[in-house]
Design a protein around this ligand. Structure first.
Ligand SMILES: [Zn+2]
Ligand SMILES: [Zn+2]
Ligand SMILES: [Zn+2]
Length: 144
């Protein structure tokens, strides 16, 4: 188990039951991927066939509230979860409209904008931004 994750679990007094551990393991096995609760359930059932949706969902929410996972809203208001990379600010995403793959966006130009808003008296806590388009693979495979 990851040291940082362990520390966060301890800090929050969150005991890993067999079921919670299965959920966390699925997320660690899928580092860098963005999974819906249904996908996590499917994977977790390979380890624990009896695990239920409510448990998976509750565990994901709890892990997200501890910042062990990031939770982002994607297509149709559906949430997806990914393992946190422990930055102070979560990264942004670009979603391919054809294959549905989600890519990370490392660049962030919004910090300058946040400064401007703060100059106008706002206190900015976070921002969210999503790009939609077609990924290089889909663009190459489509015959134009
Ligand atoms: Zn694509
Ligand atoms: Zn991501
Ligand atoms: Zn940003």
């Amino acid at each position: 188990m990851d040291k940082k994750i362990n520390a966060k679990l301890k800090e929050n007094n969150y005991k890993l039951t067999e079921q919670r551990e299965a959920v966390l393991e699925v997320m660690m096995d899928n580092r860098g991927k963005h999974l819906s609760a249904e996908e996590v359930l499917q994977e977790a059932r390979r380890k624990l066939p009896n695990i239920g949706m409510a448990t998976v969902y509750r565990t994901l929410e709890k892990l997200a509230s501890m910042n062990i996972l990031y939770k982002t809203m994607f297509e149709g208001g559906k949430f997806r979860y990914e393992l946190s990379d422990d930055e102070s600010h979560r990264h942004h995403h670009i979603v391919c409209l054809k294959c549905g793959k989600i890519y990370e966006v490392e660049e962030d130009l919004l910090n300058g904008l946040e400064k401007k808003l703060e100059n106008r008296g706002f206190e900015i806590v976070d921002h969210e931004l999503k790009f939609y388009g077609y990924c290089p693979e889909c663009r190459n495979s489509s015959t134009k």
